[in-house]
Design a protein around this ligand. Structure first.
Ligand SMILES: O=C(O)CCC(=O)C(=O)O
Ligand SMILES: [Fe+2]
Length: 333
């Protein structure tokens, strides 16, 4: 495959360092800007997260799925409190071939984590990983702000510690042999509802795919030729643009549609969904006389709607979906 057909892998050391070389720093910002426009996805290297700690997190994540069914079920998520264990998720009204566990380092209106009793090492490791992902997201958020021409702290008031509703999901995709009649997916095509997502994907199984062609929703990504695999790259984390960054950037950055295939091997992954507070009003940043492509939205309302969709089928035009917030210019002749 040509290089430009691959999701870029970006060394971000100059963004992490205290005193970077200005030229290198500017180059990294440009690479992130380009990748976010073209793909809505990139991989980062030299991100500052200790690699042996990531390994520990992965080990603990795998251990979670080996806990007894009773212990996992004791953490079951509900409509009222959507943190916890699940094996019944719908991605846009279709069941996915996976089970998962959602948690945060603090409780909010969005949910309160339910921890498996007696598993203190698991809980401690996960909370520490959450805090590390939070810090890395703050750094990336500054990069996006600078690239969008606003002050580097522009977004941060929406991401105060103890208030924002970010969460981590431990994903487990059990073995599945696809039969010819039906294409069962690990996760169906979707955009993340976050601001940005940082994903540790499985080093051993290549299954994450992004839709390369511009597509507004999952019904438009039907051409198999445009699905591009994002292969695991040793030591890298995958970053993708979420729906809120798409709105805030007034579509300069697109939240790419992605999906996960099923496999003859089991697979694990750990996304951190960096998501604003319920009080955040997401208002497109406009340059000069640029017109808004999205209506402003309140993140709390958006999330409440999204939670409902976990458990029941909601008509498309009422779901927490970006197309429902689009402002379409009338053709007006
Ligand atoms: O498992 C992966 O690689 C990605 C999972 C994903 O897209 C999600 O949980 O939103
Ligand atoms: Fe996703």
């Amino acid at each position: 495959m040509e290089d430009e057909e691959k999701v870029p892998v970006i060394d971000i050391s100059s963004v992490i360092e205290k005193d970077p070389d200005p030229q290198e720093y500017a180059q990294v910002l440009k690479k992130i800007d380009d990748a976010s426009k073209k793909w809505g996805f990139f991989q980062i290297l030299n991100h500052g997260v200790p690699l042996d700690f990531i390994e520990k997190v992965e080990k603990e994540a795998k251990r979670f799925f080996q806990f007894s069914e009773n212990l996992k079920k004791s953490c079951l998520r509900t409509l009222e409190n959507p943190r916890g264990f699940f094996n019944d998720e719908f991605t846009k009204n279709r069941r996915d071939w996976k089970e998962g566990f959602d948690f945060s380092a603090w409780g909010t209106e969005d949910g309160v984590s339910k921890w498996p009793e007696g598993e203190t090492e698991f809980q401690k490791t996960m909370i520490e990983y959450f805090r590390i992902m939070n810090r890395l997201s703050e750094v990336l958020t500054k990069v996006f702000a600078i690239n969008l021409g606003v002050s580097e702290d522009f977004f941060l008031k929406n991401f105060k510690e103890g208030e924002h509703v970010s969460f981590i999901r431990l994903n487990h995709y059990p073995i599945y042999e696809n039969s010819s009649e039906e294409k069962v997916l690990g996760v169906g095509p979707h955009k993340d509802g976050s601001f940005l997502t940082i994903l540790k994907q499985d080093d051993n199984v290549s299954s994450l795919q992004v839709y390369k062609k511009a597509a507004e929703n999952e019904f438009e990504c039907t051409d198999e030729n445009f699905w591009v695999t994002i292969p695991p790259v040793g030591n890298a984390l995958v970053v993708n643009v979420g729906a809120m960054l798409e709105v805030w950037s007034n579509m300069k950055y697109k939240a790419a549609l992605h999906r996960v295939l099923t496999n003859s091997l089991e697979r694990f992954s750990i996304p951190f969904f960096y998501s604003p507070s319920y009080s955040a009003d997401v208002v497109p940043i406009l340059a000069g006389n640029e017109e808004a492509k999205y209506r402003s939205l309140n993140y709390g309302e958006y999330r409440r709607l999204a939670h409902e969709g976990f458990y029941k089928e909601i008509p498309l035009e009422k779901q927490a979906r970006l197309p429902n917030y689009r402002i379409h210019k009338s053709s007006g002749n």
